[in-house]
Design a protein around this ligand. Structure first.
Ligand code: ATP
Ligand code: MG
Length: 411
């Protein structure tokens, strides 16, 4: 026998018995997001590597360790590790800055990161996300967060925690970064290897470190005082306060977390995550924030933006399974040509109908009907002669004979 070829580590088939869960996520997205005025955008799965280097940030783990990059005709290409950079590229390239603000876009699809596969972490995984362009006011931040919450609610997920923070703007954040570097200087040699790199390249990312020895350092009182100091300038502070007012007004519960900095480099001001207590260690279902300088950094106009992405595998892990739907009818007949014709008549009326293509015995067909359909549509010799169908409700066993043209109304 020929050797079997297996699926690649960190990737998964989505099998027919599971695809209903994915339709639920996608249909609910379309439904909820369109209420907020979002339109779907579909961008390519691979882009120029430089887009991610510039758009995600070359100090991030994603760009440094996790990208699937390949060469083709002397070009470096990368499978998208996330979709904000691609959406921003498309926004710029298609002149969407000329549209009246806000421009609201959503997407869904596979992303690729070379990470260690484990529960809730794959190498090909799926995200659904939104991006809003053109509004710098905190009402946009609040609306985008509410959209995330309402999407989760529409899916039936209520037991979630929203974490919120403000990273300030490049101006006030520079001072904060400098202070963090200063207070951590004596501890430099005790920091983990990653943090030693972050110290120079992006000191805020230190706060996100999960290594225990680093956490102990950050918790020393003199260091904690600096990390938890209020560094926001007046404008950033006002923006953050107003955002919280909007959220309070909408009765959104949130926890402020000063250590929430998020993995991507481009965020400013608002950052947030939504976590579930039912997911084990990979507990974040949604991450997002404001990225006012990204459009400009990628060569577009100076246009503010904010968005979020959710991991669809993690959403499915929190939701009950979707049972596969039964057929409307299964035709039971000794005449395969008549069964074939009736199936087509009913399908033309929008009904989900099957018949036995292999023409097995009548009793076998009945057995099958009771497993896969809500109704058995019996076409015996008498029915065929009289141009009728006997419709049997497989739940109640009630049976009724009707004219063939009425069959579609019965199932
Ligand atoms: P994490 O801290 O879990 O690695 P992240 O900060 O890398 O998350 P983002 O880049 O913000 O995540 O992506 C948003 C969401 O996408 C995450 O909250 C998570 O639900 C999901 N996600 C990210 N990476 C993976 C992965 N490798 N496999 C499955 N889902 C993922
Ligand atoms: Mg990650």
């Amino acid at each position: 026998m020929a050797k079997i070829i297996n699926v690649i580590k960190g990737t998964k088939d989505i099998l027919p018995q599971d695809v209903g869960e994915w339709h639920r996520l996608e249909e609910t997205a379309l439904n909820v997001f369109s209420r907020y005025g979002y339109q779907e955008i579909r961008t390519p799965i691979f882009e120029a590597t430089e887009l991610f280097a510039r758009g995600v940030g070359d100090t991030t783990d994603i760009v440094n360790k996790e990208m699937y990059t390949f060469e083709k005709s002397d070009r470096s290409l990368t499978l998208r590790p996330e979709n904000t950079a691609g959406v921003v590229r498309s926004f710029i390239e298609n002149g969407m800055s000329r549209l009246s603000a806000p421009v609201k876009l959503w997407y869904k699809g596979p992303m690729f990161r070379y990470e260690r596969p484990q529960a809730g972490r794959q190498r090909q995984f799926h995200q659904v996300g939104v991006e809003m362009f053109g509004i710098k006011q905190p009402a946009a931040d609040a609306e985008v967060i509410l959209l995330a919450i309402n999407y989760l609610k529409a899916l039936g997920l209520n037991d979630l925690e929203v974490e919120l923070n403000s990273l300030g703007c490049p101006k006030c954040r520079e001072e904060y970064k400098a202070k963090i570097k200063e207070v951590l200087k004596p501890e430099f040699n005790n920091l983990c290897e990653d943090c030693q790199t972050r110290y120079e390249k992006n000191p805020l990312r230190l706060l996100d470190c999960k290594v225990e020895s680093c956490q102990l350092i950050f918790n020393k009182p003199e260091i904690r005082d600096v990390i938890f100091s209020d560094f926001l300038c007046e404008e950033c502070s006002e923006h953050y306060t107003q955002l919280k007012e909007y959220l309070d007004r909408a009765n959104v519960k949130y926890v402020e977390n000063k250590l929430l900095v998020r993995g991507l480099d481009y965020y400013n001001r608002t950052v947030f995550e939504i976590k579930s207590n039912n997911l084990g260690s990979q507990n974040a279902v949604c991450g997002g924030g404001r990225y006012d300088s990204l459009v400009k950094n990628l060569g577009g106009d100076d246009i503010p933006a904010i968005g979020w992405a959710m991991g669809m595998e993690r959403l499915n892990a929190l939701l009950p399974k979707v049972e596969p739907e039964l057929l409307d009818g299964y035709i039971v007949s000794n005449s395969p040509t008549e069964a074939f014709a009736l199936a087509e008549e009913l399908r033309a009326e929008g009904k989900k109908v099957e018949f036995d293509l292999a023409n097995k015995k009548f009793t076998k067909q009945l057995e099958k009907a009771s497993k896969v359909a809500r109704f058995a549509l019996i076409l015996g010799e008498d029915e065929i002669k009289a141009n009728e169908v006997s419709v049997k409700n497989l739940e109640t066993s009630e049976q009724k004979t009707v004219s063939r043209s009425d069959a579609a109304k019965m199932v």
